[in-house]
Design a protein around this ligand. Structure first.
Ligand SMILES: NC(=O)c1ccc[n+]([C@@H]2O[C@H](COP(=O)([O-])OP(=O)(O)OC[C@H]3O[C@@H](n4cnc5c(N)ncnc54)[C@H](O)[C@@H]3O)[C@@H](O)[C@H]2O)c1
Ligand SMILES: O=c1ccn([C@@H]2O[C@H](COP(=O)(O)OP(=O)(O)O[C@H]3O[C@H](CO)[C@@H](O)[C@H](O)[C@H]3O)[C@@H](O)[C@H]2O)c(=O)[nH]1
Length: 460
């Protein structure tokens, strides 16, 4: 089977390299020539742990192109993985999708071809794309071409494991087209491939569930899943606020409730809230879809509000300790929206830096991998770069931990805070294991506020 992947961003690259590893001939197509040239040179344009190694292993099955004319006619299956970012209105911007669908349509060649939507798209998009195919395909025939909705559930940072060992594969569409996708995914469904040594099969993992649905239900499943995960995090953050009021510890609370199998322990980590390219845009998109039907979604709106409040809360905690931020030096550790990625989209650190700078603080930021990308994308922000986490802390009046990179867990915090001018640590990801052995003010999220006891005080 020949596969073409349209859009080689986080999802397209993960999908292309994974399918090539499974043995398919895959062409990755992107309109961004620079990206394609880097890929041709074997250089990944994104940071994703283990992806470079898998790329090397799958290289022989991969071709990169900017040409629809060259790749679409020979493809049996065409995956659409272009971005669907949010418009200021909250609705998804479908211009990339529309342009990709038109270009695909114009180059369909009359043999049986399946167009698979992996992008997260508003409910009803498959019908809209069918009309684009009808309008623009030279050889359109409904029995030959079909659209399947196959939403992607991978997380950045763990994309390889999520792709090779998914919980479920959702396939929405007509039976004949869905059957072709079953065939394509057989190695994943049967788990008959040899796992790459650096991405071993998780212990206890057997195989994914395959969920066959209508097109509309598949589109809805993607949004409903993301919205549920987002509101789970907001629920934990709302409880964290109450924990601070009553003197409880959110991690003890979520640990306690999570042991109920109906609740589960995952996605209950309180902190700076969710960021990234998906939760924000997908929750807004779902609320917008509701509005189009006159259907209010108060739970989701509240989850979005709580998430917004978490970012403000972090700066408020800092103000409580430093009072005036004007002229203060504040270190921000972590710029990526989560660890193990260089993705900066909707990263809480962005809002922290912007707010701190607007309050007159001088910001020094450090991230283990995202700084080069920030140089390109955050030129509008005022901050200076540090060479390391400890360099960022040296001489600072306060530090905000914005991303829970392991590197920050492994930092010698006792030594690092001693180099600060005033030792105020706002741990917005509850990363530190307390107490520190030197006197410092450490604020976490959903924990009793106030100066942390030193080791000596704690053991007294
Ligand atoms: N990032 C994730 O973790 C994730 C996970 C699951 C689903 N999704 C969804 O998958 C989709 C893609 O997300 P992403 O993060 O990979 O996006 P991205 O912005 O990283 O990549 C999109 C790519 O599409 C290319 N592109 C744009 N228009 C094109 C066109 N007409 N023809 C060919 N290429 C074109 C861009 O140049 C870019 O390389 C979105 O709908 C997103 O919601 C993302
Ligand atoms: O308990 C938690 C878990 C996550 N987060 C934050 O939530 C955001 C999203 O994290 P995560 O879901 O791990 O990363 P994404 O790569 O954005 O993945 C989400 O969005 C993708 C795009 O739709 C989906 O495919 C994935 O299934 C879904 O988890 C990040 O800012 C995390 O810091 C928390 O604050 N607390």
């Amino acid at each position: 089977m020949n596969i073409t992947i349209v859009g080689t961003g986080y999802v397209g690259l993960g999908t292309a390299i994974m399918l090539a590893y499974l043995g398919y001939r895959v062409t990755g197509l992107d309109t961004d020539l620079q990206k394609i040239e880097r890929l041709r040179a074997g250089d990944l344009p994104i940071y994703e742990p283990g992806l470079d190694e898998l790329l090397r292993q799958a290289q022989g099955n991969l071709t990169w192109t900017t040409s629809y004319e060259e790749s679409i006619p020979k493809a049996d299956i065409i995956f659409i993985c272009v971005g669907t970012p949010a418009l200021p209105s909250g609705q998804p911007n479908l211009t990339y999708l529309e342009s990709a669908a038109r270009s695909v349509a114009r180059n369909l060649d009359g043999k049986t071809q399946i167009i698979v939507n992996k992008s997260t798209v508003p409910i009803g998009t498959a019908d809209w794309m069918t009309r684009i195919l009808e309008e623009h395909a030279v050889h359109y025939h409904t029995n030959r071409y079909d659209i399947v909705s196959n939403p992607e559930f991978l997380r950045e940072g763990t994309a390889l494991s999520d792709s090779l060992y998914p919980d479920r594969i959702v396939l929405g569409g007509r039976p004949w087209a869905v059957a072709r996708l079953h065939e394509l995914y057989a190695p994943l469904i049967e788990q008959s491939f040899t796992p790459p040594p650096h991405v071993p099969r998780p212990s206890g993992y057997t195989r994914p569930a395959v969920v066959n649905t209508t097109l509309t239900s598949a589109e809805m499943i993607k949004y409903a899943a993301n919205a549920f995960l987002a509101l789970k995090i907001s629920y934990a953050n709302e409880m964290a606020g109450l924990c601070e009021c009553v003197g409880a510890d959110i991690e003890e609370v979520t640990g306690g409730i999570g042991l109920d199998a109906r609740i589960g322990t995952r996605f209950l980590a309180a902190g700076a809230g969710w960021g990234g390219s998906c939760f924000g845009k997908d929750t807004s998109a779902l609320v917008s879809t509701g509005e189009e039907y006159g259907y209010d979604m108060p739970i989701l709106r509240a989850a979005i509000d709580v998430n917004r409040r978490q970012r403000t809360l972090v700066i408020e905690k800092l103000q409580r300790h430093l009072r005036l931020l004007k002229g203060k030096r504040v270190a921000v550790l972590g710029m990526a929206f989560k660890p193990n990625t260089d993705d900066l989209r909707d990263a809480p650190a962005h809002d922290f830096i912007a707010r701190l700078a607007s309050l007159g603080a001088s910001v020094v930021a450090y991230d283990p991998v995202a700084m080069p990308r920030a140089r390109q994308e955050w030129g509008h922000l005022q901050y200076s770069e540090a060479r390391s986490a400890s360099a960022a802390l040296a001489g600072a009046d306060a530090v905000i931990i914005a991303t829970e990179w392991d590197e920050f867990r492994l930092l010698d915090w006792d030594a690092a805070v001693l180099t600060m001018r005033t030792r105020v640590v706002i741990d917005a990801r509850n990363l530190l294991r307390m107490p520190l052995s030197v006197a410092a003010t450490v604020e976490q999220i959903g924990k009793d506020a106030g100066p942390a006891p030193t080791m000596a005080q704690a053991s007294a």
